[in-house]
Ligand binder design. Structure first.
Ligand code: DC
Length: 231
């Protein structure tokens, strides 16, 4: 079976990475969380004091880009790919609320997108990859053989994110998590460059009422049909 590219886009906390990881593991593909890259840039800018009280100068962030080196490593214990910023595993830190609050604005900066998209395309050049994000099917891999557009009810997404943060010891109220999701969805769909939109040839997956197993089964069936028709 020849390898394909799988692009998964959708709103915040829709379960994109959970599904992407499961698919990658089932298919023996690489998994890349493109949102983690934008989160790393944001974390680095926060650490450097370039973002203060949720505001920054774009030029200050752009100036930092050359100092940022991103790598990914598969962790066999957690069975998932982890993100490294200049050699440091930042998988936990990039999920902090302070990063979530600033990442949409940072990801809207032209030069930041140019750098991240170049890395993403390089990672995907040999196919056999599942990448999730906001512009993967529309912009990063417009020729991906399979494009999914994921969505789910806002309260269900909030609950999932709330549970995830709580399990990591981050105690943020349900309403604060919900406001952040709504805010990021608005920013991500309304920005000038590569906003989140559904690719014309994407298959919509609303997983509000679906278990992880049902989602995986649904997509594996799509892949089987697709590869049968291609091979
Ligand atoms: O998937 P995530 O929630 O970790 O992504 C964090 C932010 O990064 C998201 O709010 C928008 C931005 N992003 C983007 O602009 N393009 C992508 N391909 C992935 C994420």
């Amino acid at each position: 079976m020849s390898k394909i590219t799988i692009a998964i886009d959708g709103y915040s906390s829709c379960g994109k990475s959970t599904l992407a990881k499961a698919l990658a593991s089932k298919l023996g593909y690489a998994y890349v969380d493109s949102g983690a890259m934008y989160r790393c840039v944001t974390l680095y800018a926060l650490r450097k004091g370039v973002i203060k009280d949720h505001s920054f100068q774009e030029s200050d962030i752009v100036r930092l880009l050359d100092e940022i080196h991103l790598t990914f490593q598969f962790n066999p214990n957690t069975k998932s790919s982890e993100t490294f910023l200049n050699g440091e595993n930042v998988e936990k830190e990039i999920r902090q609320m302070i990063v979530s609050e600033n990442v949409s604005k940072v990801s809207a900066i032209h030069d930041v997108r140019v750098k991240m998209i170049a890395i993403q395309r390089k990672l995907g050049k040999n196919k056999g990859i599942v990448m999730d994000g906001r512009d993967i099917g529309t912009n990063v891999f417009p020729f991906a053989e399979l494009k999914l557009f994921m969505t789910a009810d806002t309260d269900i997404r909030t609950q999932r994110r709330f549970d995830e943060l709580s399990s990591k010891g981050q105690h943020i109220s349900f309403n604060d998590v919900k406001s952040n999701l709504i805010y990021r969805d608005h920013e991500d769909t309304h920005r000038k460059e590569n906003p989140l939109t559904q690719a014309e040839d994407a298959i919509v997956l609303d997983n509000s009422e679906l278990t992880r197993e049902q989602q995986l089964e649904f997509v594996m069936k799509l892949i089987t049909d697709l590869t049968l028709s291609v091979n």
